[in-house]
Design a protein around this ligand. Structure first.
Ligand code: BG6
Length: 497
């Protein structure tokens, strides 16, 4: 892992697009604000649009968070714009000139160049070819950051890989899955392997079920044109949720070395059983119950009879010694009642005898919003009561850590990793291959089924009504209504909770 020094260049290709404005430039600004970016580096935005320097500044600074005017001004001083095409050398020659002039001016012996492709996948190959031809440093380091989607299925992912692999070594490529940059996802390794309390029970003898769930409170809202050919499975399950599940189930890596971690991720992915197309829920959102929110099919940018899946829940089995037989459910949906991403690990019940009817322990890791880890435990109701109650050991970050902690946004954290040459939180080529091998047959079966039945669920609801039974059939036991209250504030709770 080699960290960049003081004088390096960052190029954001696709600088006039949405991703650059909403995520990439704000993340660079965040790093600058937190003094994680060299004050001597240069940042170049590259795109096809004819933008004045001022237009460019306005575009990229719309979503900056925090920092005073002076900090913003100083950051923008590092930034400049280059106009150019993605399929012609001319623009890349302009970039080359910028690189070499800057490196010469600062007597840089070994060039350090980061090129970030905030671009649609159709341009990846052409852009990578031009980068290689025009701005690949003869002496120095290049880091090329690519955004998902990395292909649409196994064949297209292989095709993409085949076109990029001869140009850059795997070491030079950083495939972003921004979930790997989220604070709680980064914490999974520490939580699992740094605590005997968890590590010791992290297996099929103690764990009854695992769920990773992703809920979004909005629909496609005019972005359906993009989403319609993708669907929720490709959009967030094949990448984000699978990454989370992989970190939850892999074996202990020998160290924090990026390759040691990625080796273990690939190993566990290879032990996943093929996904069962007959054991899942697929749905599409309908108008909200009050009629105010549109159905998916009301989106003018999608086909009238679209069978696009906006909700999916399916189960995973891992056929290794640690996990075989433990139901693991991945579920994701758009246009639901709330926005939340969390992990639920439910433990097996304690032996009967002393307790006739006692709740199961459950570990909940809330990735967002409001990061938290809490464990549901049984405890005696305080005071003279001998009754047990379900309560929590609660680590809610906003209560435990003061506001002074800077918790980086996912993109801030990942860009910082790239600057440091740390690949641990990026997707390796073989990992991508295994994940597409798992998902492609499932997607093909769903997409080639003319009779696919999508359960309609109202916009703003909890999702398809089948979900509750589905979870119960996959090892999850719901807390009986009225038995769990947090916080437990009334002393006279007997019979009330
Ligand atoms: C993206 C998907 O990868 O992740 C979006 O393309 C989705 O559709 C987003 O909304 C969710 O990311 P986050 O960080 O908002 O949970």
């Amino acid at each position: 892992m080699t960290a960049f020094g003081e004088y390096y260049t960052i190029v954001i290709l696709g600088a006039s697009g949405d991703l650059a404005a909403k995520k990439t430039f704000p993340a660079l600004f965040g790093l600058f604000r937190e003094k994680q970016l060299s004050t001597k580096c240069q940042i170049i935005g590259y795109a096809r649009s004819d933008l004045s320097q001022e237009d460019f500044y306005n575009k990229i600074s719309q979503h900056f968070k925090g920092g005073d005017e002076e900090t913003k001004k100083n950051f923008l001083k590092l930034c400049s714009y280059v106009e150019g095409q993605y399929d012609a050398d001319e623009g890349f020659q302009k970039l080359k000139k910028r690189f070499t002039e800057y490196e010469k001016e600062h007597n840089v012996e070994k060039a350090e160049r980061l090129l970030y492709l905030a671009l649609p996948p159709s341009t990846f190959t052409s852009v990578c070819e031009r980068i290689k031809k025009n701005v690949y440093p003869k002496d120095g380091i290049i880091r090329v950051v690519i955004e998902k989607p990395f292909g649409h299925d196994l064949d297209s992912a292989r095709e993409l890989q085949k076109s990029i692999a001869p140009l850059f070594s795997e070491d030079e490529i950083y495939r972003i899955d921004h979930y790997l940059g989220k604070e709680m996802v980064k914490n999974l390794l520490v939580l699992r392997f740094g605590n005997e309390l968890f590590s010791g029970v992290w297996n099929k003898s103690h764990i009854a079920s695992i769920q990773v769930s992703f809920k979004e409170p909005f629909g496609t809202e005019g972005r359906g044109g993009y989403f319609d050919s993708i669907g929720i499975i490709r959009d967030v399950m094949q990448n984000h949720l699978l990454q989370v599940l992989t970190l939850l189930t892999m074996e202990r890596p020998v160290s924090f070395d990026p390759e040691a971690i990625r080796d273990e991720k690939v190993k566990v992915l290879k032990a996943f059983d093929a996904f069962d197309v007959n054991d899942l829920i697929v749905g599409q959102y309908d108008r909200s119950e009050d009629g105010k929110k549109p159905s998916y099919l009301d989106d003018k940018t999608v086909a009238k009879d679209s069978k696009c899946i906006t909700y999916c829940a399916f189960s995973v089995n891992i056929h290794n010694e640690r996990w075989d037989g433990v139901p693991m459910v991945l579920r994701a949906g758009k246009a639901l009642d709330e926005g939340k991403v969390e992990i639920r690990i439910q433990f097996k019940p304690v032996a009967r005898g002393m307790f006739k009817d006692i709740h199961r322990n459950e570990l909940v890791i809330r990735i967002q919003p409001d990061e938290a880890i809490y464990v549901k435990i049984n405890s005696k109701i305080p005071g003279v009561s001998t009754e047990t109650t379900l309560t929590d050991l609660d680590l809610t970050y906003s209560k435990r850590y003061s506001k002074d902690f800077w918790i980086p946004e996912a993109y801030e954290s990942l860009l910082r990793d790239v600057l440091h040459g740390n690949h641990a939180n990026f997707v390796r080529d073989d990992e991508l291959e295994v994940s597409w091998k798992l998902f492609t047959p499932l997607l093909e079966k769903l997409e080639n089924n003319p009779n696919l039945k999508l359960e309609k669920y109202p916009y703003g609801s909890k999702g398809p009504t089948e979900l509750r039974d589905y979870l119960q059939n996959h090892g999850y036991v719901f807390t009986r209504p009225g038995t769990y209250q947090w916080p437990l504030t009334e002393p006279d709770v007997k019979g009330k909770i």
